[in-house]
Design a protein around this ligand. Structure first.
Ligand SMILES: Nc1ncnc2c1ncn2[C@@H]1O[C@H](COP(=O)(O)OP(=O)(O)OP(=O)(O)O)[C@@H](O)[C@H]1O
Ligand SMILES: [Mg+2]
Length: 633
């Protein structure tokens, strides 16, 4: 119960700014409700006064009054609904925005447990349900109650006896309606759950269409859908039938009430206890009474749904957002200063789930200006190290410091501002290329974006598109090739001009030609920056100052390319494996006997040649020189 009160309080906070508009709507509602009562009174007057006394002019006046009242009702209704809908939509947008801005600050862990579809439905349909509750249900319910009370009062004034008879019948009708309604609700809930199972099925299959078609899975998918349908048919059908039964029983109840009024009222009219006009007024009111009862059935559902929606919305809003460390510790102010000295991982350990350690005892430091690379088998913890550095997750043991300040104590936005991050999976947003590079940050000029694109060898690709920088990026960037997407993410990192480059190289392979472009772009981004690079293609990092080799969450080797090769350990094995993938096996044999004498440029050249030299036309000068030298040797 206290939960419910809290819920109402929180909802009220959203409503508060619009209180004056809501009061206007309520006043209009009062006027409209009173006007609605007047219609049958005019008819009564027409019958009892004008017709009974043969007043021709009175009939004319009554008819005119009737239309005037109706017009006033419609106008009042219009303004009331207009005010209400405007407020409703505004409140809904406020809640949506608040929800989204809160979700933006939730820790990544949350998103692993809550799939996108679920969160989207929180933001989209739950807020919509609340709007409906506010604009339709609460207000109409209020109006219906008001009208009902008004009608009973008028009827009571005109004939207390007939009204009492009616009031005796009504409770039974309400009880019946409530019972059927309750049954319906349970059935509908089951039907809805089954329907959502169908839509989940559909969404999975439609999203995986390529796979479905590639594996000739169409017929099986169709059969599965058929099974789903068959299973649900009964439920859907039953719910619809119940709905008809409910509707018809209300109509029956209405007829029963009316016939009671006709019987008792008719008898009373005969005895002159009641005028004909009053009898007609009763009939008019009763018909008006039953409309809201029919409406009530839908409203029960909305109220129920809205309660769940509100609970879910506030559940998200009550989750702790990430900015909690804001200004927590005095070093936070230090964090805004530029990067001066070093990043230090000191005996860091981490586990995603509180169980298995994904990193243990990881210690290394990166001095300003250094180029450090992380290598290791898949799953060895490379991406995790980067995630901890940017505090997407909080490390569970040890210390991570930047210039001596613990990252856990830094304000997140300050911390992340230091880094230009290139993620392993390139993320592109809806919008044009320009917006995707500068992420709508207006402080980055168009010229800077172009320069960034030029530096990462992306300008030609962009300019080849009809609309250049204004080219819209399709969903998940599908109108750009894998390599182009990587270059775009480089351009983004470069445009933000942060001091430390953190790059998680994409595992997806690109053709050797693009690889050479990427390699060249990388060299340019690294110039004058501190960088930590996770590399899958070892050719990328041969020139690094230091290479850290990870194995199952531990550092097993550290050193320069040459030092590590000389160690004859993990790194050398990794390196040889990759080389074997590029060169003919016979040569690998020979090379592993005689050691590695090829320069990094040579290795790149081999890779490019494997992809066919003839393709290279627009390769930029730096890369071209490197390649020429290498292949000339
Ligand atoms: N969000 C997560 N929740 C739970 N476990 C995770 C999560 N992300 C990664 N892991 C696990 O942590 C370990 C290290 O993963 P990580 O992504 O750091 O590997 P990686 O070295 O970057 O691999 P790759 O070369 O394939 O990118 C893996 O065993 C992985 O299964
Ligand atoms: Mg990774």
């Amino acid at each position: 119960m206290s939960e419910l009160i809290k819920l109402k309080k929180e909802l009220f906070n959203f409503i508060r700014p619009y209180l004056s508009s809501i009061i206007v709507a309520i006043i209009l509602l009062l006027i409209v409700s009173s006007l609605a009562l007047i219609g049958p009174i005019i008819i009564k007057r027409l019958i009892d006064v004008d017709i009974a006394n043969g007043l021709y002019e009175g009939i004319w006046v009554s008819a005119a009054m009737y239309i005037a009242v109706k017009l006033a009702t419609l106008a009042g209704n219009y303004f009331q609904m207009y005010t209400l809908q405007r407020v409703g939509v505004s409140i809904m947008c406020d809640i949506k925005l608040k929800l989204f801005s809160h979700i933006l600050r939730l820790p990544l862990k949350y998103f692993e447990k809550n799939p996108a579809g679920k969160l989207i439905s929180r933001i989209e349909s739950d807020t919509e349900t609340l709007r409906q509750l506010f604009t339709n249900t609460v207000m109409t319910l209020f109006q219906d109650l008001l009208m009902f009370a008004g009608m009973v009062a008028v009827m009571f004034y005109l004939s207390a006896k007939l009204t009492l008879i009616l009031l005796l019948i009504l409770p039974f009708l309400f009880a019946g309606a409530y019972y059927i309604q309750r049954e319906l609700r349970v059935r509908f809930k089951i039907a809805r759950e089954k329907a959502s199972a169908v839509s989940k099925f559909l969404s999975e299959y439609i999203q995986g269409m390529q796979c479905v078609q590639a594996f000739n899975y169409e017929q099986t998918s169709k059969n599965k859908m058929g099974e789903h349908n068959e299973e649900k048919k009964g439920t859907f059908y039953f719910a619809e039938v119940l709905e008809i039964i409910f509707h018809n029983s209300i109509l029956l109840a209405e007829a029963m009430t009316l016939s009671s009024v006709l019987y008792f009222g008719g008898a009373m009219a005969l005895k002159k206890e009641l005028t004909i006009g009053t009898l007609v007024l009763f009939i008019g009111y009763i018909r008006q009474c039953f409309e809201p009862i029919i409406r009530l059935s839908e409203q029960f559902n909305i109220i129920q749904k809205a309660r769940v929606a509100a609970e879910r919305i506030f559940e998200i809003l009550s989750l702790e957002a990430e900015e909690r460390a804001e200004g927590e510790i005095s070093v936070a102010s230090d964090a805004s200063a530029s990067f001066r000295d070093r990043i230090e991982f000191d005996n860091v350990s981490f586990s995603y789930d509180g169980g298995r350690e994904v990193l243990s005892g990881v210690s290394f430091s990166v001095k300003k200006g250094e180029k450090v690379a992380l290598v290791g088998h898949t799953g060895s913890g490379k991406t995790t190290i980067l995630s901890l550095l940017l505090r997407f997750y909080n490390h569970t043991g040890g210390r991570i410091t930047i210039d001596g300040a613990d990252v856990s104590a830094m304000k997140l936005s300050e911390l992340r501002k230091k880094f230009a991050l290139v993620l392993q999976d390139v993320v592109l947003f809806p919008g044009c290329v320009m917006d995707n590079i500068r992420l709508l940050d207006d402080s980055i000029s168009g010229a800077e974006v172009e320069k960034a694109a030029q530096s990462v060898n992306m300008l030609d690709f962009i300019m080849k598109k009809e609309k250049g920088f204004q080219t819209e990026v399709a969903e998940r960037g599908s109108n750009f090739s894998m390599g182009e997407r990587q270059l775009l993410s480089f351009a983004r990192a470069l445009a933000f001009n942060s001091e430390i480059l953190v790059l998680d190289e994409a595992t997806s392979s690109v053709d050797p030609y693009t690889e050479a472009l990427i390699q060249d772009a990388l060299t340019k981004i690294q110039a004058g920056r501190t960088s930590i690079i996770v590399a899958h293609r070892l050719s990328t990092i041969i020139t690094s100052d230091r290479i850290i080799v990870l194995e199952a969450g531990r550092i097993v080797e550290t050193g320069s390319h040459e030092e590590l090769l000389a160690m004859n350990g993990h790194y050398r094995k990794l390196y040889e494996k990759q080389r074997a993938g590029v060169e003919p096996p016979a040569e690998t044999e020979e090379a592993s006997d005689g050691g590695f004498e090829e320069s990094p440029e040579q290795l790149d050249a081999v890779a490019v040649m494997a992809g066919g030299f003839s393709q290279i036309e627009t390769i930029n000068e730096d890369a071209e020189d490197g390649l020429k030298n290498a292949s000339a040797e």
